[in-house]
Design a protein around this ligand. Structure first.
Ligand code: ADP
Ligand code: MG
Length: 708
């Protein structure tokens, strides 16, 4: 429908590829690439009125120019300029091409941020334009220089200048943008027209206009997504091709076997799950609960309910280690109830795998616990009744549907669990197509984890203390950002390991197991080890045979060893906030006091400025135990796009909307979406012109995979 970007002058090969990295394929995509922020060059101040850190425009006369070439690459161009208020120093580093641009006596306009140099406040490497008189062209150029400049998200190799130029050209060829938004909704919220918003967001006359334009575009993004999700949800809830599970004694038998009572909160969620399972409409429920809140038991109950009805369950965990652990915990218990279990992971031998696949296909196994291997082809279910996905945030939205395509029969109930209690607003988008249950409280008798932050000065004392705890029979995790031993790291994210300050798992293990932990059983665990060895070590740690575990983030999610009471995180500055919270959740699972020590080489500023993200992250974690608060802070620090780490989170691309700061718009979009849906249903659609068309327009945009 829309013209390809390659239609624009200068957009070919490499340029087109760079644009594609920004998600831009068409001219339409390009003009919807909203700026991250604006550079306001309209504010002109006097040369003597600079304040540190503030971006300003100066109109000055050049007084002195001094150029110095230091070596082949480095040069300094120093300029002294003045206006009626006083003098100012301007310095260009390594911009040799500017050396002959400034003549004594000429006037120029500069835009830059004042920073403190040798000679007081100065502008360093500012943007500039030489003022060449009163001719109209020169005046226009000067006027334009003093405008408001959009600053776009960039990819390597694409400069702001170039992107601005492409967008300007795109706007010139863009026909008037048709407004899809129903008029009464736009009017009710005082939103400007789509056409005006798209033009103004790139070339606003004032910052106010820029913000108004951004809001309009943000609203479009939010409403489309919200409506899409609600339509998906509606289509599930209308379905009646699922299974109405009957009550079974098995679930009561399980609760009788447990060494504890369910908390009120677990009971409440279990009732919601039961209600879902009892009806023919397939369950589509997200169970959200902080780390350690006891979600596994809820899944087990649901599995037994399915089993009692002769139906199979697929229980999918994001890591081998976690799948193993679940199997080790669940299989013996279920065995006592006469319910058969199997484990299917990538680690299975071909013979073993073939055997399990046969048992899945002929229905002789009821509960299959595993990893991604469960959704690979070749798995044919005899009678799949329930699909449970543990630690959903690790999988991404798309995979949710995958089970539903291969059930061969009735649509199975779907239950997903996550320990990242995302803020409500984000939940509306990320899980907007599901029913949500929250496990609100932790089991009673847990002591809050005590968290310390240390710059490494007390490492010796901390490790000595760890050894003491281990001798007393407690268990310790020591988590590292990299494996070491070779050049690879655990995550691609940590790829820059040219860094010598990185304390790797392998090196630290070699160093400490013989010193601090001499005579104590310690082991190394990381993702590059063979699966069998990994599982073996994890089993021995869970059994208490290993006291100190030197590991990477392989233990990040789900691992449950209640006797572990101390976690030390090396190079904690390398981890994300939610990730650290997950890691810390490995301790504090029993009745004993637990501790988490965050070690870092980063200088922690107790009152960190905006851009000291590391200090802000680590202090937040030290001072806060609530997963929900931490998630909120994480979202604020990272922006929603990065919130779930990789791009596989399945969120649609939001260019203009910010899921953190646009809460009000999201609430408005939620309202509007519901209203549009209601109008679709029982009231005459022509009551609100445009609703039906809008719903159609959004339906067409729905990705096939997401509709299921
Ligand atoms: P998560 O929600 O992080 O997946 P788990 O399901 O692994 O948490 O449970 C954490 C620990 O709490 C486990 O050792 C589990 O046996 C225990 N647990 C679960 N529910 C209760 C309860 N109601 N009372 C006491 N302990 C419980
Ligand atoms: Mg869990």
């Amino acid at each position: 429908m829309s013209v390809a970007v390659t239609f624009l002058k200068g957009v070919k090969g490499a340029r087109a590829r760079q644009l594609r990295e920004l998600g831009v394929e068409t001219v339409d995509d390009l003009v919807r690439l909203a700026p991250r922020y604006y550079e306001d060059r309209t504010r002109v101040v006097g040369a003597s009125e600079l304040t540190e850190g503030a971006a300003v425009t100066l109109i000055v006369r050049i007084m002195r120019v001094n150029f110095r070439q230091i070596d082949r690459k480095r040069s300094v161009l120093g300029i002294i300029a003045e206006d009626d208020t006083g003098r100012v120093n301007i310095t260009f580093f390594n911009q040799r091409y500017n050396r002959d641009k400034f003549e004594k006596g000429a006037s120029a306009m500069f835009f830059g941020r004042a920073s403190r140099g040798y000679r007081g406040l100065e502008l360093i490497n500012p943007e500039y334009i030489i003022l060449t008189g009163d001719r109209p062209a020169a005046k226009d150029a000067a006027e334009e220089f003093r405008g408001i400049y959009p600053v776009y998200p960039l990819t390597a190799g694409l400069s702001q200048k170039l992107l601005r130029k492409f967008i300007r050209e795109a706007l010139e060829v863009l026909p008037p943008v048709r407004d899809t938004l129903p008029a009464d909704i736009a009017a009710g919220l005082g939103l400007m027209s789509a056409d005006r918003a798209i033009r103004a967001v790139h070339r606003p006359a004032t910052l106010e206009e820029a913000e108004a334009a951004r809001r309009r575009l943000a609203f479009d993004e939010l409403l489309e997504t919200r409506l899409m999700l609600l339509m998906m949800k509606q289509s599930y809830s209308g379905a009646d091709d699922g299974i109405a599970f009957r009550d079974t004694e098995l679930t009561r038998e399980l609760t009788a076997l447990l060494p504890f009572e369910l908390t009120d909160s677990q009971e409440a969620v279990w009732r919601e799950i039961q209600a879902d399972m009892a009806v023919k409409r397939p369950m589509n429920r997200l169970v959200m609960g902080d780390v350690g809140s006891g979600k596994t038991i809820l899944a087990m109950l649901a599995m037994l309910k399915a089993a009692g009805n002769g139906c199979q369950t697929a229980y999918m965990a994001p890591t081998e280690v976690l799948a193993e652990q679940h199997y080790a915990n669940i299989a013996p218990l279920f065995g006592r109830l006469g319910v058969s279990c199997a484990l299917l992971t990538g680690a299975a031998t071909p013979k073993n795998r073939a055997e399990i696949l046969t048992r899945i296909a002929d229905g002789t196994v009821l509960c299959v616990i595993g990893t991604h291997a469960l959704i690979q082809s070749g798995v044919n279910w005899h009678r799949l009744g329930l699909a449970v996905t543990d630690e959903q945030h690790r999988f991404g939205v798309r995979q949710r549907g995958t089970f539903l395509e291969q059930h061969g029969g009735k649509t199975p109930d779907v239950m997903v669990m996550t320990a990242t209690p995302i803020p409500r607003t984000l939940g509306m988008i990320l899980y907007g197509d599901m029913d949500i249950s929250r496990v609100e409280t932790l089991p009673t008798g847990r002591l809050p984890i005590i968290t310390y932050l240390d710059d490494g000065k007390r490492r010796e004392r901390i490790y000595t203390w760890a050894a003491k705890l281990a001798r007393e029979g407690q268990q310790v995790y020591i988590v590292h950002a990299a494996i070491g031993g070779s050049d690879e790291t655990e995550d691609d994210e940590d790829a820059d390991n040219a860094d010598t300050d990185l304390r790797t798992a392998t090196d630290n293990f070699a160093e400490c197991s013989a010193t601090y932990f001499a005579g104590i059983s310690a082991a190394l665990l990381h993702g590059r080890m063979p699966d069998k060895e990994k599982n073996d070590i994890m089993r021995r740690f869970a059994a208490g045979e290993i006291s100190v575990l030197f590991s990477t983030t392989v233990i990040e999610v789900g691992v449950d060893v209640p006797n572990a009471t101390l976690m030390i995180v090396e190079n904690s500055e390398r981890f994300g906030l939610s990730q650290l919270h997950q890691l810390r959740g490995r301790v504090g699972r029993g009745k004993q006091q637990s501790y988490c020590v965050l070690l870092t080489d980063h200088h922690i500023n107790p009152n960190p400025p905006e851009d000291d993200l590391i200090s802000r992250r680590l202090l937040t974690l030290r001072d806060c135990l609530s997963g929900e608060k931490i998630a909120e802070e994480d979202l604020k620090l990272r922006g929603p796009g990065d919130f779930f780490g990789e791009s596989q989170h399945g969120l649609p691309a939001f260019h203009a909307a910010n899921l953190y700061s646009d809460k009000d718009l999201l609430a408005a979009a939620d309202n509007a979406a519901r209203q549009i849906l209601v109008e679709q249903g029982d009231r005459p659609a022509n009551q609100h012109p445009g609703y039906r068309e809008y719903a159609e327009y959004v339906r067409k945009k729905m990705p096939g995979a997401a509709i299921l």
